[in-house]
Ligand binder design. Structure first.
Ligand SMILES: NC(=O)C1=CN([C@@H]2O[C@H](COP(=O)(O)OP(=O)(O)OC[C@H]3O[C@@H](n4cnc5c(N)ncnc54)[C@H](O)[C@@H]3O)[C@@H](O)[C@H]2O)C=CC1
Ligand SMILES: O=C1O[C@H](COP(=O)(O)O)[C@@H](O)[C@H](O)[C@H]1O
Length: 257
């Protein structure tokens, strides 16, 4: 069934991947501090997620929030992640609970667990003979202050679930690139998320029933050090792309079939 979905950070890359696959599948309200540059489905709210009143208004009539807005830079400074990623995310969760929203899907990151990639484990970790796997039950081990802000967002989600019964899915997104995996970047290839698998995964986050989940957001790459088991089991995610199917040449992934 189509859902009323509020998509924050809609003007960014992850928003583009989600809307590219799902524009016609749900009723969209898009929010971003940057206005749209082209035609978008549904209505577009230009607002900052730290603007509590604007965020509350944007929640009216919404079933599911996909919360992407934030500073995505691994090197982002503390003042920016504190404002945009931590304060902004708390504003979104609080407004969602007050508006009676059913689910919030939070865009977490590989950088929330980036320091599991120790000197002893890398670069083998990125290669097929290695079988080290993170499954989402491990504690955060952020690799930068941006990763700390994502771990904080996951913890905010835990709190709003336990305290208010909100369904929350935290998606630790790997490396989203359009058309083909990152080139000459083993780490990025192991955690590649194709545009169409991104849309599939977030569609399942919109539709599935869950309590509080942390899942990894990657394609079905031959070599992966993030488990997809939870995303498959609880959400019914069925990725179709695999970074191993690309030979380094630019190839265009066809739209969903
Ligand atoms: N692209 C990737 O591979 C990954 C992305 N993520 C997360 O996914 C989310 C989206 O990332 P991208 O689309 O790649 O980034 P992006 O920079 O392309 O998009 C982010 C969007 O959020 C908006 N935004 C930022 N701060 C805002 C605020 N305070 N109020 C309203 N809008 C605001 C920006 O205007 C932008 O349109 C981010 O939270 C990022 O941390 C996590 C892991 C990997
Ligand atoms: O969280 C994020 O992760 C991806 C991948 O990280 P990288 O260190 O391998 O580049 C990054 O591209 C994205 O901007 C960021 O939001």
């Amino acid at each position: 069934m189509a859902q009323s979905v509020l998509l924050t950070g809609a003007a960014g890359r992850v928003g583009e991947a989600i809307l590219g696959g799902l524009a016609d599948d749900h009723e969209w309200r898009l929010l971003d501090r940057d206005p749209p540059t082209d035609d978008q489905p549904g209505e577009f709210v230009v607002a900052d997620i730290t603007d509590e009143e604007a965020v509350r208004e944007a929640m009216a009539g919404i079933n599911v929030v996909i919360h992407l807005a934030g500073d995505p830079r691994p090197e982002a400074p503390w003042d920016s992640v504190l404002t945009n990623n931590i304060d902004g995310t708390q504003t979104v969760f609080e407004a969602a609970v007050d508006a009676g929203v059913e689910k919030v899907v939070f865009a977490s990151s590989n950088h929330a667990v980036g320091n599991y990639e120790t000197d002893e484990r890398t670069p083998d970790l990125y290669r097929e003979h290695d079988d080290y796997l993170l499954d989402g039950t491990e504690l955060p081990r952020p690799s930068n202050l941006y990763g700390v802000s994502k771990a904080a967002g996951e913890t905010l989600g835990r709190y709003y679930h336990d305290e208010y019964g909100l369904s929350v899915a935290c998606v630790r997104i790997g490396n989203l690139t359009r058309g083909h995996p990152p080139i000459d970047y083993e780490r990025g290839q192991a955690m590649w998320l194709s545009y169409r698998d991104c849309a599939r995964l977030f569609d399942r986050c919109i539709r599935a029933d869950y309590e509080y989940e942390i899942v990894y957001g990657i394609s079905d790459n031959d070599r992966k050090y993030y488990s997809l088991e939870r995303a498959r089991e609880v959400l019914g995610y069925r990725p179709r792309d695999n970074s191993a199917h690309f030979d380094g040449e630019e190839q265009v992934v066809e739209p969903d079939t």
